[in-house]
Design a protein around this ligand. Sequence first.
Ligand code: EPU
Length: 341
Amino acid sequence: MKHYTDYSLLRHNTFGMDVRASHFIEYSSEEELQQLIPQLSSLQPLLHIGGGSNLLFRADFEGTVLHSAIRGITAVGGDTDTVLLRAGAAEVWDDFVAYTVREGLGGAENLSLIPGEVGASAVQNIGAYGAEAKDIIDSVEAISLRTGEKRTFGNADCRYAYRQSIFKQELKGQYAITHVTYRLSRRPRLNTSYGGIRDQLVKMLGADRLGQATVATVRQAIIDIRREKLPDPATLGNAGSFFMNPVVPRSQFLALQQQYPDVPHYELDDGRVKVPAGWLIDQCGWKGRNLGSAAVHSRQALVLVNLGGATPADILRLSDAVCQSVKQKFGIDIRPEVNFI
Ligand code: EPU
């Protein structure tokens, strides 16, 4: 176990905010975490982080930041069609995806290159290119930060929805996820219908050889698309999509479509319509614009970036200004996807 005081969080948030935590504790096994529980009451408030890729610290954190160092990927079962892989919460998500692809297993490849760790995939229900973590999560092992008791959540217990789970709602802050077990397919069915994947595959393989695509080629196509559009946090601080895509009633969408016939959208099963926040922000003219050291990314308006030395206040000022513009122009409220701490 590692315990630091007055600890810099610069390396633990991809936005690159230079903030500090009163305490930072990293544990490397379930037992270490359980031993720690009795002390936690005097170290409140607690914040459990993963890769820090979906956080915006508003200020120094006057409490204890917990981080798991539980790693390892092991096959724990399966059947003729599937394999169950159990991964430690601190495995880097994309290393896990790369592992599944090397093994020729299907289900995770569309989620390639998403920043963060395995534990967060189960909290946040990460998603991209027509896939979500919930589609492959079999179960989630977690330890109560109050009692130290271990609990295993089946997929349905996690109440997954778009970027939502029980761990972000009813049980927010109450459990530390230690392991996630995913069910991967031995006979991958490739999902190439979303957002330019096919075009990228045609570029890579040629139109007549599309049938030869594998999980590895789809992973490469997605990596190429993401690298093209999304800034690399190692060089430009950011937390991926800063906003969630708003969902509007059909009547409101139809009115919007009358005015903007080309508005991109996704139909939901309940009749409502999801409109890309990136498009709304782009239409407001924000793409590539900055307020001080905080900017709207020049290739994807959904992403706010730290041009260097931005403070939390700079990012919040920009976020507020962007939300106001979208509200004024379209009458639609957009909400941050990033967690404000
Ligand atoms: N668009 C614009 N201008 C922009 C950005 C987007 O016009 O600046 C338009 C695009 O042309 C496209 C539509 O908006 O027609 C959707 O854009 P895109 O597919 O790039 O992104 P998205 O659907 O808004 C979601 C996820 C991303 C994920 C992509 C790909 C959310 C909030 N974001 O974005 O997730 O990678 O789909 O599947 O759901 C993340 O969560 O950090 C993230 C990056």
